[in-house]
Design a protein around this ligand. Structure first.
Ligand SMILES: [Zn+2]
Ligand SMILES: [Zn+2]
Length: 360
């Protein structure tokens, strides 16, 4: 008779322990936010060489609005450094939208080490300063495109430096276009003139003119080697610069030469113990160019046509899936939130969402 309560108590304690263990197990499972559909493979990424048959390419389709909800659990992050390369004004139809990938062979090789989005857009003003502003601050602003106006909101650079307390030299903007020096500061009270990153833009800073992309890459590598920054944005100008010159062949050469620059930067990361295996590389655009038949076509940009809005996104690093193309409808402003997640700093003024489904 005296055994019954003791057995009941033992059973209850056992059940409680089991429930606690089950709960802990549940929370350790990363949230699944997408549905893998291998049937989309051919539409998303096709390898026309046929030499990469062993690479499994799947497409994650997630068109519902829930895809834009930040469901991030404790799934991140091994990334210690983020390098964003912005290829200025390359239209999607000449980069990832051309399924031969003939103009971007180096990036196509990198794709098998990372993720790409085929539904990624600039939904704000499709000019250089506004596009870079959206990437950096997570806000769409219609800035004068001449370097005379600062963004309103703090950038990933300022937010990173404030959150971590690190010195300015740990965050950099290195740009072929001098007017991108505006990315180093903002007008918001409590931020203006504070936590500013180092900048190396144009020939010699704001209003000094554009410089060669090859020079920008040399400067970027020198900065990486000397200052060991954790966060860097690099602007390469050639597709945009030559597009405006009305030369189709030079515009295409600009896309190809920036693709070579990307390989150069990737090789640098791989050969540097400080960066190899700890660095996320993001390659994107500030804007595209008009579709053929819209205004003057590839020569310029700045409106809301699909050619101007549709841009590329390729990311690789220790936290990203490998060889996966996504159709999730992300936007330019989502880069800032994702970078903040990767480097674990606060980015309260960003309107973007963390791209959690791209993470391992
Ligand atoms: Zn332009
Ligand atoms: Zn357009």
């Amino acid at each position: 008779m005296s055994f019954t309560p003791r057995i009941s108590l033992t059973v209850i304690v056992f059940v409680i322990i089991c429930l606690i263990a089950a709960c802990q197990k549940d929370t350790s499972i990363p949230a699944v936010s997408g549905t893998s559909e291998s049937g989309n493979t051919a539409q998303v990424v096709s390898n026309t060489t046929g030499l990469q048959a062993t690479n499994t390419v799947t497409a994650t389709t997630n068109s519902s609005e829930t895809a834009r909800v930040n469901t991030s659990a404790a799934i991140c992050c091994k990334t210690e450094n983020v390098i964003i390369v912005v290829i200025d004004g390359a239209r999607y139809s000449e980069t990832w939208g051309d399924y031969t990938r003939q103009n971007i062979p180096n990036q196509f090789n990198l794709y098998f080490k990372g993720v790409m989005l085929n539904n990624f857009h600039n939904m704000g003003t499709t000019n250089t300063d506004s596009g870079h502003d959206a990437i950096s601050t997570g806000n769409y602003e219609d800035l004068e495109n001449n370097g005379h106006v600062l963004p309103q909101y703090p950038s990933i650079f300022q937010s990173f430096l404030k959150s971590t307390g690190k010195p300015a030299e740990k965050a950099w903007v290195v740009a072929s276009k001098d007017k991108l020096q505006i990315l180093g500061n903002c007008t918001q009270e409590d931020w203006k003139g504070k936590y500013m990153p180092r900048t190396d833009c144009g020939n010699n800073g704001l209003f000094s003119g554009y410089r060669l992309d090859d020079t920008t890459v040399v400067h970027a590598k020198n900065v990486l080697g000397r200052y060991r920054p954790n966060l860097m944005l690099i602007n390469l100008k050639d597709p945009d610069y030559f597009g405006h010159s009305s030369s189709w062949s030079n515009y295409i050469k600009g896309i190809q030469s920036t693709d070579e620059n990307i390989r150069d930067l990737y090789d640098y990361i791989q050969n540097d113990d400080n960066y190899r295996g700890k660095t996320t590389l993001i390659i994107t655009n500030d804007h595209g160019r008009h579709l053929s038949g819209v205004a003057d076509g590839f020569i310029s940009h700045g409106d809301g046509c699909e050619g101007c809005r549709h841009i590329q996104f390729l990311a690789l690093g220790p936290d990203f899936k490998e060889g996966v193309g996504f159709q999730t409808p992300y936007e330019q402003i989502d880069i800032s939130a994702t970078v903040a997640k990767l480097l674990n700093f606060k980015m309260e003024s960003s309107k973007g969402k963390v791209m959690t489904d791209l993470f391992k």
